[in-house]
Design a protein around this ligand. Structure first.
Ligand SMILES: [Zn+2]
Length: 147
């Protein structure tokens, strides 16, 4: 015989911590006479003791700590979700700016060639100013944005 109809009652008594003191005498007598229920009591009681010992030793963080961690995780996930479209938009904007610069250069090339062939007097200071702006702007942005 591998199963006993009273096995569920024995397991229930063990799970609710009524075994062995607060069960009916009829169930105690059955367990004493039934090999299957004796095995169930031996195995389930050992597992229950192990479970209780593990529960006592477990280092459960405080509820405030758990709440703080969950809040930080939710915040980081929200930031990640929100920044994904921004990253895509920045990539598209950079690509469009590059396309615009190339197209503007393509259409302005004949005019620029004419300017360089016979340079007007204001072109040299203008070119020096633009070059200085090209060099100074990234350095200034670096110092402003790097805290
Ligand atoms: Zn039994």
């Amino acid at each position: 015989m591998l199963q006993c109809p009273r096995e569920a009652d024995v397991l229930d008594a063990l799970a609710s911590a009524r075994w062995p003191d607060r069960v009916s005498t009829e169930l105690s007598q059955h367990v004493a006479s039934c090999a299957v229920c004796r095995d169930v009591v031996a195995v389930a009681a050992a597992m229950r003791e192990d479970h209780d010992a593990t529960w006592q030793e477990a280092n459960v963080p405080s509820s405030g700590q758990m709440w703080w961690r969950a809040e930080m995780r939710a915040r980081q996930e929200a930031i990640r979700d929100a920044s994904r479209p921004v990253t895509i938009a920045q990539g598209v904007a950079a690509l469009l700016a590059l396309v615009f610069v190339v197209a503007a250069g393509w259409f302005a090339w004949p005019t620029l060639q004419g300017l360089f062939a016979t340079p007007p007097p204001f072109l040299l200071p203008l070119a020096i100013g633009l070059l200085a702006a090209l060099v100074v702007t990234p350095v200034a942005l670096y110092f402003v944005l790097s805290d």
